[in-house]
Ligand binder design. Structure first.
Ligand code: SF4
Ligand code: SF4
Length: 134
């Protein structure tokens, strides 16, 4: 089987060699399509994993047992700029700087490529200007 998935790493596990384990211990092929990993920060990696379905299942269970969240590739965060009131609440909460405050204009910006789909901003936005799309 072959599957494209998104791996979400909590900050305490970003330095662990998960792809190495998937290849070595579970005999899976791992093709990294996109990665945003920083030491001691939450991270996100888009990968294509292929191999025997039992190995795939075991490999995913191994990742989950280590605190890695797995979601379908289709999931992404969108910023509805017309709803945004520029309050800045999401800028403080975003762990990777995908939401930022441009100075000196003090204007909120969203950079989708940096987003790790942690969904923290969804809860913090009073205007419901952040949405998850599949
Ligand atoms: S989901 Fe929101 S808070 Fe999380 S990284 Fe993306 S923009 Fe930042
Ligand atoms: S929390 Fe919502 S309304 Fe406030 S700046 Fe962020 S997106 Fe805009």
């Amino acid at each position: 089987m072959k599957q494209k998935i998104v791996l979400h790493f909590p900050s305490m596990v970003t330095e662990q060699p998960f792809t190495y384990y998937l290849i070595k211990e579970y005999n899976l092929m791992v093709n990294i399509l996109k990665a945003n990993i920083n030491p001691r920060k939450e991270g996100r990696m888009v990968v294509e994993v292929s191999g025997d379905s039992k190995n795939y299942q075991d490999g995913m269970e191994y990742l989950q047992s280590r605190g890695v969240k797995i979601s379908p590739l289709e999931q992404e965060i969108v910023w509805l700029e017309d709803r945004c009131t520029q309050c800045g609440a999401c800028v403080i909460i975003c762990p990777v700087g995908a939401l930022a405050m441009d100075r000196p204009e003090m204007k909120v910006t969203f950079t989708g490529e940096k987003c790790i789909v942690c969904e923290h901003c969804l809860k913090s936005c009073p205007a419901r200007a952040m949405e998850v799309r599949y």
